[in-house]
Design a protein around this ligand. Structure first.
Ligand code: NAD
Length: 494
């Protein structure tokens, strides 16, 4: 069976820990590879390699660092299909979706190519007589990334592109469920001329994560994953003196007002709920339909569901693949049963007529879902869309603001005033106006509010540059005897 090991100091390093996991082919339900699980000593080896590479990499001039990022950009672009097929084989998402993931990851590498411009500081000439003040941004040192299964190539790119361009060196702990695509990207980074040791991958589980969280040579940790683990990472990492940004789970609501274009809203709800089998942190999970249009909207969504082609990524034309594991498929399926048991109405049951092999579910639609029901309260992370009927715009907004998560949300309306009010008062980090999956472009930053983010900075874009640097302010005077005196007072500028 194929074996996936670590990437340390510019080469593949096999683990001697004796521990490993299974990577499945979710479309067939068969074990595809084993993945090595790092020991504490192997994590230490990766951190030592990154630490040794840091002084030379941070001293590498900005033009040269930008040149390396441009070459990474060219190589990832040239290998889009290879990366997409690797991640699709282990994750299950269909090829068009996988190519979309690579494209959105690539945007972050393109952003990082502008690093000479991004690291410009401020300069104040003559802040006092003969004295200038300026600020510079410097890298932190060795930084770590811990990433989820659902975007195995893009989320690492959210992190390492800016981290490396800023002059840090990096240790990644990818999801143990689908690590192959980023192992391939590591080879591209080397081909692009990134010095050995600047980018390392340790595969593994909690053992590797915990070592990264306590390692004295790790300066900062970026995490993306579920909320309970995000909270744990934030609390443990910060307790150990590290800078941490930890992005968590979500429960994204889409509010449909009576004046919305209902066909557009139905297309959007179906795309955003069932794309990638609902395994997106920005998936729409609940449609809040204002009563007067709820029946019509549900009809339009139901009409569209049978047209969705569900099947393995290897067959062209499929639009939705399987779930990541059999265990996860069963958990999602449990929510469908549970909702019916709690009084919701099962309009479309995605458990009917599923492909025989693999971890498939078809799209499900549940009407009359209400707070307090498990399928409303929990992040399901599968192809299950709930509809909650609300009396008004106000009731919809109040439900969204009462939710513990605050990752993404959307409003569908033709009323500019209502949309503006929504954007003003909604307590969510990323908002779509007639856009169901409002993932920010790479020159803004991505991040939720409330239980969807622990830490102060969002990820990638300008916040990413701030996260991966610290600021130094220099107050400078050159010898000029005419301005030199002894003065024991506190420095003033007048
Ligand atoms: P997860 O939290 O199970 O795993 C994420 C990472 O944490 C993996 O690398 C995993 O190995 C590690 N991990 C898991 N359990 C751990 C433990 N007990 N101690 C230490 N490390 C541990 O998440 P997942 O199932 O891979 O991904 C799906 C989740 O990620 C969903 O909740 C989704 O909403 C969220 N997500 C959020 C965003 C975002 O930007 N907010 C983006 C993508 C995914």
């Amino acid at each position: 069976m194929n074996r996936i090991s670590h990437w340390i100091d510019g080469k593949v390093v096999e683990s001697t820990s004796g521990r490993s996991g299974t990577v499945w082919n979710p479309a067939t339900g068969e074990a595809a590879s084993t993945v090595d699980f790092a020991s504490v000593a192997e994590v230490d080896q990766a951190v030592a390699s990154a630490k040794a590479a840091f002084p030379a990499w941070r001293a590498t001039n900005l033009s040269r660092r930008a040149e390396v990022m441009f070459r990474v950009r060219e190589l990832v672009d040239a290998n889009r299909k290879e990366i997409a097929s690797l991640l699709s084989a282990e994750h299950g998402k269909v090829l068009s979706d996988a190519l979309g993931e690579v494209a959105r990851g690539l945007e972050n590498i393109e952003f990082a190519c502008g690093i000479p411009n991004l690291l410009k500081g401020g300069y104040s000439e003559q802040a006092s007589t003969g004295l200038d003040v300026y600020s510079i941004k410097q890298p932190l040192g060795v930084v770590a990334g811990i990433t989820p299964f659902n975007f195995p190539a893009m989320v690492p790119m959210w992190m390492f592109a800016n981290a490396l361009a800023c002059g840090n060196t990096f240790v990644l702990k990818p999801s143990e469920k689908d690590p192959s695509s980023v192992m391939f990207v590591a080879e591209l980074l080397k081909q692009a001329g990134l010095p050995d040791g600047c980018f390392n991958i340790v595969n593994g589980d909690k053992v590797a994560v915990d070592r990264l969280l306590e390692h004295p040579d790790i300066a900062a940790v970026s995490f993306v994953g579920s909320t309970p683990i995000a909270k744990y990472i934030y609390e443990t990492g910060t307790r150990n003196g590290k800078r941490v940004q930890a992005l968590g789970g979500a429960k994204n609501h889409m509010l449909v007002l009576p004046d919305a274009d209902l066909d557009m809203a139905a297309d959007a709800a179906v795309s955003a709920a069932y794309g990638s089998a609902g395994e997106r942190c920005m998936a729409v999970s609940v449609v809040l339909a204002v009563d007067s249009v709820a029946d019509a909207l549900i009809d339009k969504i139901s009409e569209r569901i049978p047209n969705i082609k569900v099947g393995p990524a290897s067959e062209a034309g499929n639009e939705m693949g399987p779930l990541i594991t059999g265990e996860h498929r069963d958990k999602v399926s449990g929510y469908i049963d549970g909702a019916a048991g709690e009084g919701a109405t099962l309009v479309v049951d995605g458990r009917d007529d599923v492909p025989a092999d693999g971890f498939f579910l078809k799209p499900s639609l549940i009407d009359n879902l209400k707070p307090g029901m498990k399928a409303y309260d929990d992040e399901i992370f599968g192809p299950v869309l709930g509809v909650t009927r609300v009396a008004s715009y106000r009731e919809g907004v109040d439900l969204i603001n009462a939710n513990p998560y605050g990752n993404g949300t959307a409003i569908f309306t033709r009323d500019g005033g209502a949309a503006r009010q929504f954007e003003f008062e909604i307590q969510v980090g990323m908002v779509g106006i007639n856009v169901p999956v409002p993932v920010p472009v790479s020159y803004y930053s991505f991040g939720g509010w409330k239980a969807s983010l622990f830490g102060d900075t969002h990820i990638y874009g300008p916040d990413g540059i701030n996260f991966y640097t610290r600021t130094k302010v220099v107050t400078r005077r050159w010898p000029d005897p005419s301005t030199s005196t002894v003065d024991l007072g506190f420095p003033q500028n007048r």
